[in-house]
Design a binder for this molecule. Structure first.
Ligand SMILES: *[C@@H]1O[C@H](CO)[C@@H](O)[C@H](O)[C@H]1NC(C)=O
Ligand SMILES: *[C@@H]1O[C@H](CO)[C@@H](O)[C@H](O)[C@H]1NC(C)=O
Ligand SMILES: *[C@@H]1O[C@H](CO)[C@@H](O)[C@H](O)[C@H]1NC(C)=O
Ligand SMILES: *[C@@H]1O[C@H](CO)[C@@H](O)[C@H](O)[C@H]1NC(C)=O
Ligand SMILES: *[C@@H]1O[C@H](CO)[C@@H](O)[C@H](O)[C@H]1NC(C)=O
Ligand SMILES: *[C@@H]1O[C@H](CO)[C@@H](O)[C@H](O)[C@H]1NC(C)=O
Ligand SMILES: *[C@@H]1O[C@H](CO)[C@@H](O)[C@H](O)[C@H]1NC(C)=O
Ligand SMILES: *[C@@H]1O[C@H](CO)[C@@H](O)[C@H](O)[C@H]1NC(C)=O
Ligand SMILES: *[C@@H]1O[C@H](CO)[C@@H](O)[C@H](O)[C@H]1NC(C)=O
Ligand SMILES: *[C@@H]1O[C@H](CO)[C@@H](O)[C@H](O)[C@H]1NC(C)=O
Length: 448
């Protein structure tokens, strides 16, 4: 009879509201960077010295994004010169195309294009062509994952430019491919000149002039089809809810033969090693979802005060090893994460009061490298959460993540009504009845 007293009604309403709100989150619109609202790539253009016909500048890209990194084959930075500038020489980077330098009779410049495209040099570049922070093949890690390695620099000597801070003009129309489209860059803004500390820390020098450009990512511009999906299972229900069919494409042998390969196919080796194997288009294993990446969330165990989840990331792409991969997961119980095995963890708290989002990535030299599709193509971890009795439940898919990103790309979840559910709770009416009884039990348990 305790169940009909008002504190109980309050408790029931609270739980119902909490469940209602958490079910709403499934339909939350995909504002892509809601989890990293200030994320950007800042390009700093420091004029270090003036030359007879221009200047020498060091250009540095800072990846101020928590979880989006720039993977192989790396960034390409472009711009449009404001005047008739040329690049006499470069260090730590190179223009992909020299362009027409015929107006220079002797010793042609490095690049004469109006719209040069710059790429990083590769690791192993001779020391006399390197500068600090260069020569990483254009790969930049994310800010959260490697706070000491989120920048990339090159130096260029510019000719036919202004030779004082009154006559130089910043380039226009910056473009950043990282490596595909997705970034939009703003105009160059004149800022406070950067200061540089000498290596012995005893002298400070200053740039003649500094311009900043900010580039931000939008999935809309990238216009990528999904690359990742989520499947779910639990100890309390035998059903494994697979990734939605055709999430990343459909198997179609008539119109796209060879759009995927079977792991036991005798042709696998030849296809994987075929020319063009370095192309960015994935070659996936044939699955119903056709995604290069699947994240599986298994609710593994239920203890009195804790519950345990196993997360497995599987690579179905025969053409891609993911180094320095990362996963972003949103679940309300992350504020009570007690232990995590074999992955690194960092809470992401863009809205400082809500601690429900975790960034997970591999342990260096152990599982930070996600192998191409095949028997080695997976990494896994277990998470132990402490139950907060007022919110914890196995009902209504509460134990499953609200959102998952792999390398900054949204992973498509199964529809909420397909989630594994507790036995005997298939209809909504039964569900409320179940919650009601569970609440009574909790109440009795708590107050007796
Ligand atoms: C870019 O990110 C940095 C670091 O979070 C931040 O300080 C800066 O204000 C951001 N720039 C813009 C234009 O949002
Ligand atoms: C150019 O340099 C002069 C003197 O060094 C300084 O007073 C002026 O503000 C600078 N102008 C710009 C646009 O930076
Ligand atoms: C900026 O660059 C883009 C792509 O290279 C080009 O389509 C556009 O016309 C350029 N805009 C200006 C003002 O140069
Ligand atoms: C330019 O970017 C650098 C690096 O983030 C920052 O230290 C500096 O304050 C920025 N300057 C302006 C004017 O935004
Ligand atoms: C496509 O071919 C593979 C084997 O080559 C087969 O397993 C698969 O069922 C076929 N898919 C369709 C939609 O016909
Ligand atoms: C992935 O790495 C493995 C082991 O280092 C290597 O044998 C394989 O060729 C790589 N695959 C690709 C597509 O780069
Ligand atoms: C978020 O919760 C986790 C797990 O309890 C804790 O380790 C972390 O410090 C919290 N972060 C913030 C910013 O409150
Ligand atoms: C869960 O974490 C929140 C915020 O850190 C804290 O207030 C609460 O007491 C924790 N619950 C349990 C059961 O540890
Ligand atoms: C397990 O979940 C599935 C999917 O929601 C449901 O159809 C099935 O009835 C559940 N199994 C049991 C034993 O309740
Ligand atoms: C509830 O589950 C039990 C055992 O799984 C089964 O025997 C019973 O028929 C179920 N009741 C309903 C209403 O589904």
């Amino acid at each position: 009879m305790d169940c009909f007293r008002s504190p109980t009604r309050l408790l029931i309403s609270t739980i119902v509201i909490v469940l209602f709100v958490s079910s709403l989150q499934f339909h939350y619109t995909e504002a892509y960077d809601a989890l990293d609202p200030n994320g950007n790539i800042t390009i700093k253009w420091d004029i270090i010295s003036w030359t007879p016909d221009g200047y020498v500048a060091v250009v540095t890209m800072f990846n101020f994004q928590q979880y989006r990194h720039i993977s192989a084959p790396g960034w390409t930075l472009g711009w449009t010169w404001a005047k008739k500038e040329v690049i006499w020489s470069m260090m730590g980077g190179q223009a992909t195309d020299q362009g027409d330098c015929s107006r220079y009779k002797t010793s042609p410049p490095h690049c004469c294009k109006k719209t040069p495209s710059i790429v990083d040099l590769l690791p192993g570049t001779p020391y006399n062509q390197q500068i600090a922070n260069c020569c990483k093949g254009g790969v930049i890690n994310s800010w959260a994952q490697e706070p000491n390695n989120y920048a990339s620099s090159f130096q260029l000597s510019v000719g036919a430019a202004g030779t004082s801070n009154k006559t130089v003009k910043p380039p226009k129309n910056f473009t950043l491919l990282a490596p595909g489209p997705g970034y939009t860059c703003g105009p160059a803004v004149v800022g406070k000149p950067s200061k540089f500390l000498s290596s012995d820390g005893r002298r400070v020098t200053q740039a003649m002039m500094t311009w900043n450009v900010t580039c931000t990512y939008s999935q809309f511009l990238a216009q990528k089809t999904p690359t990742c999906c989520v499947s779910l299972s639990s100890f309390y229900n035998d059903t494994i809810v697979p990734c939605p069919t055709c999430t990343c494409g459909c198997q179609n042998n008539d119109t796209h033969p060879g759009s995927c390969v079977n792991p036991n196919s005798p042709y696998l080796a030849s296809v994987v090693n075929a020319p063009g194997k370095n192309s960015l288009t994935p070659l996936v294993q044939c699955t119903r979802h056709m995604c290069p990446i699947r994240v599986h969330w298994h609710v593994k165990l239920n203890y009195k005060d804790y519950w345990r989840v196993k997360v497995t990331i599987t690579n179905f792409n025969y053409r891609m090893n993911y180094s320095q991969w990362n996963l972003v997961v949103q679940h309300p119980n992350f504020d009570n994460l007690t232990q995590i095995f074999s992955f690194n963890y960092k809470p992401l708290t863009p809205y400082s009061t809500i601690n429900d989002t975790a960034m997970l990535w591999g342990v260096k030299f152990y599982n930070d490298f996600l192998n191409q599709a095949g028997p080695m193509g997976n990494v896994q971890s277990e998470l132990l959460f402490r139950k907060d009795k007022s919110t914890f439940t196995f009902e209504k898919g509460w134990a499953f993540p609200r959102r998952v990103y792999f390398n900054g790309d949204n992973c498509v979840m199964p529809p909420p009504d397909a989630y594994p559910h507790l036995p005997n709770a298939s209809s909504r009416g039964k569900w409320s009845l179940f919650v009601f009884f569970m609440t009574c039990l909790t109440f009795i348990f708590l107050f007796e």
